[in-house]
Design a protein around this ligand. Structure first.
Ligand code: FE2
Ligand code: FE2
Length: 286
């Protein structure tokens, strides 16, 4: 299949996962500068399962507020509009995608563990570097590899070729993919994000997470997701080694040096937060 045929096939897939209407309704409210806490809370309360999940989130170790929060209005006040929207998007995405993919040893739980680790790391990079909206970075991290799931689900033969080359030649997934296919999980993921009408910055961050583009208008957001993915992958493989800066884009090295001193100590401190994210987002699902 060439690139155009792959997109054609993607367009034809009717049952491609869609986000629940609550996400679009919330986005609409939040685009209106005059929206109110009452409006946002009402929208969330229409979806009971989601409302419960949000209450569980504010009361979880992940946020660690001291007093118990028992209604959605308070939750919205405490978390803020953006954090609530992003939590809902995150929960919806994890619910929407299949729980199991019958594909050899590609396991959805491992996929989400990696994605959540990148999400938490991205959010913390944003906080440490004083970037805007750390919560948007969380969603970016969560979604960056989403193209892999679509590939494993709808392009099984292609995915199988990549998977076996990766295993036989001990290559990173993305290199095996570049050798086997005309498109990769970054393009397929960006295509899906576009179909979900997600913001442009998010689409760009997904599209370029393996190949940083310093001149892109969304470079700040992109460098964050790109770096978080590198940190999670490197420290997973060599927990006590330094990073291979030679393999990084010079702009990324610069960012790392200027904004992120003591990266390995700082990263090690995220372990607890990553575990809390795994517990909250995955415990009921898998
Ligand atoms: Fe990736
Ligand atoms: Fe990744």
């Amino acid at each position: 299949m060439d690139e155009a045929q792959i997109y054609k096939k993607l367009d034809r897939i009717k049952e491609i996962p869609t986000l629940p209407t609550i996400v679009f309704e919330l986005n609409q409210h939040l685009q209106n500068p005059e929206t109110s806490i009452a409006k946002v809370s009402e929208t969330i309360e229409k979806d009971q399962a989601m409302a419960l999940k949000i209450l569980k989130l504010v009361n979880s170790a992940f946020y660690g507020f001291r007093s118990k929060v028992s209604d959605i209005k308070n939750a919205v006040v405490l978390l803020g509009f953006n954090a609530v929207r992003n939590a809902i998007v995150s929960v919806s995405i994890i619910n929407t995608l299949p729980k199991t993919l019958l594909f050899q040893d590609f396991e959805m739980i491992d996929f989400w563990k990696h994605s959540l680790a990148v999400a938490v790391t991205s959010k913390n990079i944003a906080q440490k570097a004083g970037m805007e909206s750390p919560d948007n970075c969380f969603v970016g991290g969560l979604l960056h590899d989403i193209g892999k799931v679509i590939m494993a689900q709808y392009f099984k033969d292609d995915f199988a070729k990549v998977w076996s080359r990766m295993q036989n030649e001990y290559l990173p997934f993305h290199e095996a993919e570049q050798q086997e296919l005309p498109v990769d999980h970054t393009k397929i993921g960006a295509y899906l994000a576009d179909r979900w009408a997600l913001p442009n910055g998010l689409i760009d961050a997904i599209r370029w997470h393996h190949d940083f583009q310093p001149n892109n208008g969304n470079a700040g957001f992109m460098i964050n997701i790109h770096l978080a993915d590198i940190l999670v992958n490197s420290y997973d493989e060599h927990p006590d080694c330094t990073l291979d800066m030679g393999a990084m884009h010079p702009e990324v090295v610069k960012f790392l040096m200027v904004q992120m001193e003591n990266t390995s100590d700082w990263y090690a401190n995220l372990a607890g937060e990553i575990e809390a994210a795994h517990a909250f987002f995955l415990a009921d699902e898998f």
